[in-house]
Design a protein around this ligand. Sequence first.
Ligand SMILES: Nc1ncnc2c1ncn2[C@@H]1O[C@H](COP(=O)(O)OP(=O)(O)OP(=O)(O)O)[C@@H](O)[C@H]1O
Ligand SMILES: O=C(O)C1=C[C@@H](O)[C@@H](O)[C@H](O)C1
Ligand SMILES: [Mg+2]
Length: 185
Amino acid sequence: MQKLLQGINIFLIGMMGSGKSTVGKVLAVRLGYRFFDTDILIERVTQQTINEIFVSEGEEKFRDIETQTLAEVASCTKSVIATGGGIVLLPKNWSYLHHGLIIWLDVPVELLIQRLAEDNTRPLLDQQDLSLKLQSLLEQRQELYAQADLRIMITENNTPDMIVDQIFAKIPEVVIPQLYSENNN
Ligand SMILES: Nc1ncnc2c1ncn2[C@@H]1O[C@H](COP(=O)(O)OP(=O)(O)OP(=O)(O)O)[C@@H](O)[C@H]1O
Ligand SMILES: O=C(O)C1=C[C@@H](O)[C@@H](O)[C@H](O)C1
Ligand SMILES: [Mg+2]
């Protein structure tokens, strides 16, 4: 797999709670890649939690910092990068994402709800109406996530290791597509 990828970065995109941070760490270990998480880097650099940034400086400022952080990690190689759920919103972010292989972790809203029900670290989520909020965010973003190079559909019993297996099985389809189109003809 390492030979196939030739050091190109992998960017994980998807909704809050889709497992970008969790799966990203496992993927990085299995590839012998570094692991970065833009949310964690932002918290480290600003010395504030994401909630605090949203409250004190607002979402727009958070998005600026997120773009700067993405630009910095995109200049590395051999890295798995777990992005924030809203990274897809700004067109300029795509110019960095397209430096690598972009993988969408696509998780049904019902499973996201289960995972995020007790969570209060994500400022855009309203615990009062988690289901409606997640559904409306997904509606706004689905088309953007769909611009990924690879879509991995995840169901309830998929462990992070199983998801990495799925990713490994699909990478050749995008890295050497001519092989697949020849087989299909
Ligand atoms: N495959 C999985 N199986 C079971 N639980 C999972 C799986 N992937 C993630 N989780 C759990 O779901 C929650 C959210 O996962 P995670 O923080 O990795 O999502 P994320 O995509 O990074 O979200 P965000 O965009 O907010 O950073 C965590 O509690 C994590 O332990
Ligand atoms: O989906 C989003 O817009 C967000 C997801 C998280 O990863 C954080 O980046 C932040 O909570 C915003
Ligand atoms: Mg995360």
